[in-house]
Every structure is written in structure tokens, then in C-alpha cells.
Design a protein around this ligand. Structure first.
Ligand code: EPZ
Length: 418
């Protein structure tokens, strides 16, 4: 098992290039099932992407990876297609459940493993299945698998989601691709990654309109079977490095981003007292000495993202006063708290609320990563802590952060993998 060793209190200077978005790439890869010949650029070379590629190959698509160019070429020339997503691939990478909508709308049947829970929660898929049933799919759950079929194809329907779900919105969008008639999705998630998926589906010939939280998909006949797409930047990676810069940056530029998409994160950091200079496709963070407490809840986009909650918590351990974070999206997303407290943080949690007393001096310790975003919060804590921090189980990190050590080392951090 690899570990990360970080020597804290090194002040960072330099530029960090943000990679393509993992959470935009995953649904777009599921959408490649719908086409014949796709070229995707700006792909982040992280574990979850390779797992999704393995799933597409298992289904029968041909995938070529050009690592140096962060490019994928995907062919689906209609040879033997296996409409099965096995447990071994879906259990480690829940987004594998997104092939359900694509397989159903194109091949009228699918057998997809239930993703099962993960560290941050039970991760149900009831909203995904609710939408597919409304479009005429017959669905049963057997031996841990979702067995779905639509012998006469899916039909358009008006679907109002009882609660907002990124994955369920994406699965419904994919399923609507070949549905007969009009599909109207209401109370949708509107994350930028969903907009990226929509722009990709439109390149494949879909007829999709977006207004507020309603997405309308009209039946379209001129489906394209070839498309190129450059995936958007990873706004959570960008937010992570913005917070790292606020913690230990002298002057750091976060490059290859669209600041318009992360307005909420920028305004939140400004409220805390972080000095931020915005440009067209980059943001520069200047040394921010005095940080102030804030109270904030995680919300669906455009609210403050749950995927940045652990990272923000580390910053608030350095802010003057008592801050409050309410985790409103997942039921168990405070696993980083005991590890941060072992490093000297003073954080109490009850149910969905974390109370962070600051400022506290953090000292290096041996800690353990539990999920993707909690593990990166331990890296941030290691950067600002005295002495040495050793982070175990860093395979969690490798699921979603491309070249993390390299990017931090290029800004003078003392970090190495052993
Ligand atoms: C996506 O997960 C992201 N993953 C998550 O990022 C992100 O935290 C989450 O959206 C929220 O923004 C990908 O895009 C691959 P949801 P998803 O469906 O789609 C409940 C990361 O770190 N729910 O919006 O699974 C669910 O339990 C990952 O990159 C149901 O009840 O999130 C949760 O409480 C972690 N029934 C809430 O809705 C359902 O059928 C939001 O989940 C589906 C979800």
C-alpha cells in the first residue's frame, strides 16, 4: 500500500494546471455506448476513468488511450455487445451505474450491478430506477443486479424528480436519447458536468433544451455516429487547489479553468478573507494572513459543493472563530474529522453539523484516507501542519486527482509517494 509523506509549512509559489473533469468524463463515457466513433480530449488519467474504460470494453466497445495527449478514442462498431455491468467493476466505481440508461435506450435491455454503498453513504439508485420506469422500462432487482428491459423501446414521459440527484438526472438523460416522443425532466440537478454531458449528447444529434431545473429532450432522427468532444475542467480539483493556496500559498495561479463556473466557491473564499485575483481562464491567490469564520451548508449546484466540504473544513481550522459546516447532501461525509482532530484540529460533529474552532495549530501525524475527498483534505492539512504527515491508503486519492504530487511539488511543496 503506497503512502504520501508531506513536510508541512512550506510556502507555495507557482502555477497549477487543472485537469479535465472526472465527473464530466464518466457520464460522457457512458454516452459513448450510444455512438460509433468518438474522440474525447482533456481526459483526466485517474483510476475511475480507467475503471469506466474497462467497463466499456467489457460491454464490447473498443477504447484506445493516448496518455500523452490525455485523449481517448472509442469505437462501437456494433459487434458483440454484452449488456452487462458486473459487480466487480461497479462496486468500486459507482458511476458504472450510468451505463444503465445508455444500454436500455440502445439495446432495450441491461443487467447492471447495484453499486452498493461507499464510505460516504448508502448511495441508493431509487431515483434512477424511478425515472427509467416512468419511461416504460420493466425493472426487477435480483441477486444484487438491476435487470431492466424495454422490449418496445423507451417512451418519452414527464418525470419530476422528488429530490435532486446528479446521477439520476444523467441516467434519465442517457435513457431519453432514443426514447419515442418528448421527455421532460423536472427538478433536475444542474451541475456543470451535466451541461457538459448535454453538449456532448447534442453533438450526437440529440435535441435537448435546458431551462432552470427542467430539461426537455425531443425525439430526433438525425443521430450522428461520430463526434469529438473536449471535456470541461475539473471544478472540484480547482477548488481543492484554491484552498491549498489559501492555506500555504505565497502566490499561486490556478490555470485552465473557467472562473464563472466556480463563482460560489470564489465568493465563499473571499468571505473568509482569501485574496483572489480573477482572470479569464485562471485565478491567482495571494498570501492570505487573516481568515475569518463562516457558516455554510453544502447544496446542489450552484450551492457550495459537497465535494469541497472536507477541503473547506481544513481551511476553517485556520480561521479566527467558530465556523459551522452543514453537510446537506450525504449522510456520512465527516470521516476526515477524527483524522484532522488527531492532527490538532478542534472539530465537533453531531449528525449533519460540524463545528470548527479556530485558529488551531496542526501538527503532522500518521493518518488514514477513507474516501476521495476526505483523503485530499488530509493532504491539505499536511501542507499546513508542523513537521511530517504520513497519509495511508492513498489509492482513494488516485481515483480522482491526476498528478497531485507533481502539481504540488511544482509549487515547492515537500511531498513524496513511498
Ligand atoms: C455525484 O454523485 C458525484 N459523482 C459525487 O462526487 C458528488 O458528491 C454528488 O454527485 C453530489 O454532487 C459523480 O458525478 C461520478 P447524487 P451521485 O445522486 O450522482 C441521494 C466525488 O467525490 N440519492 O446527486 O451519486 C444520495 O444518497 C463524488 O467525485 C438518492 O437518495 O450523487 C445523496 O444523498 C462523490 N437516490 C443525494 O441524493 C438516488 O437514486 C445526492 O446524490 C440517487 C441519489
Amino acid at each position: 500500500m503506497q503512502k504520501l509523506i508531506i513536510k508541512g509549512k512550506r510556502y507555495l509559489n507557482g502555477k497549477i494546471l487543472i485537469s479535465g473533469s472526472k465527473n464530466a468524463t464518466l457520464p460522457i463515457l457512458a454516452a459513448c455506448i450510444l455512438s460509433n466513433n468518438i474522440k474525447l480530449q482533456n481526459i483526466p488519467l485517474v483510476k475511475d476513468i480507467f475503471t469506466m474504460v474497462e467497463l466499456l470494453e467489457f460491454i464490447g466497445l473498443k477504447v484506445k488511450i493516448f496518455k500523452k495527449q490525455n485523449t481517448l478514442e472509442i469505437l462501437n462498431n456494433g459487434n458483440k455487445i454484452n449488456t452487462l455491468a458486473p459487480y466487480r467493476l461497479v462496486k468500486t466505481m459507482r458511476a458504472g451505474v450510468l451505463v444503465l440508461g445508455s444500454l436500455l435506450t440502445k439495446y432495450k435491455k441491461a443487467k447492471v450491478s447495484l453499486p452498493g454503498g461507499c464510505a460516504i453513504g448508502t448511495r441508493p439508485v431509487d431515483l434512477h430506477l424511478f425515472a427509467l420506469k416512468k419511461m416504460g422500462a420493466k425493472i426487477k432487482i435480483k441477486n444484487g443486479y438491476i435487470i431492466a428491459e424495454a422490449k418496445k423501446g423507451l417512451r418519452g414521459s414527464t418525470i419530476k424528480f422528488p429530490s435532486i440527484s446528479v446521477g439520476a438526472t444523467e441516467n434519465a438523460l442517457l435513457a431519453a436519447f432514443n426514447a419515442k416522443g418528448k421527455t421532460i425532466l423536472k427538478n433536475c440537478a444542474i451541475e456543470p458536468e451535466i451541461r457538459d454531458l448535454i453538449s456532448f449528447l447534442i453533438k450526437l444529434g440529440a435535441n435537448i433544451k435546458f431551462s432552470g431545473r427542467t430539461i426537455t429532450i425531443n425525439e430526433s432522427i438525425n443521430k450522428k455516429l461520430k463526434a469529438n468532444h473536449e471535456v470541461m475542467f475539473d471544478r472540484i480539483e480547482a477548488g481543492t487547489y484554491l484552498i491549498a493556496s489559501a492555506l500555504v500559498g505565497e502566490r499561486i495561479t490556478i490555470d485552465r479553468i473557467n472562473p464563472e463556473i466556480i463563482k460560489t466557491e470564489i465568493n465563499t473564499l473571499k468571505k473568509i478573507g482569501v485574496k483572489i485575483k480573477k482572470d479569464k481562464s485562471s485565478i491567482t491567490i495571494l498570501n492570505s494572513k487573516y481568515l475569518k469564520k463562516i457558516n455554510i451548508s453544502t447544496k446542489p449546484y450552484p450551492g457550495f459543493p459537497t465535494d469541497l466540504q472536507a477541503q473547506l473544513m481544513v481551511l476553517l481550522t485556520q480561521a479566527e472563530g467558530t465556523s459551522k459546516i452543514k453537510e446537506d447532501i450525504f449522510e456520512n461525509r465527516f470521516m476526515h474529522v477524527p483524522e484532522l482532530n488527531r492532527m490538532g484540529a478542534k472539530i465537533e460533529t453531531n449528525n449533519k453539523i460540524a463545528i470548527i474552532n479556530g485558529p488551531t495549530k496542526l501538527t503532522g501525524a500518521e493518518v488514514m484516507a477513507t474516501d476521495l475527498r476526505a483523503s485530499v483534505s488530509l493532504v491539505l492539512a499536511g501542507l499546513v501542519a508542523e513537521n511530517r504527515t504520513v497519509i495511508n491508503r492513498i489509492y482513494h486519492l488516485d481515483r480522482g486527482y491526476e498528478l497531485l504530487e507533481k502539481k504540488l511539488k511544482s509549487c515547492k511543496a515537500e511531498i513524496r509517494r513511498v
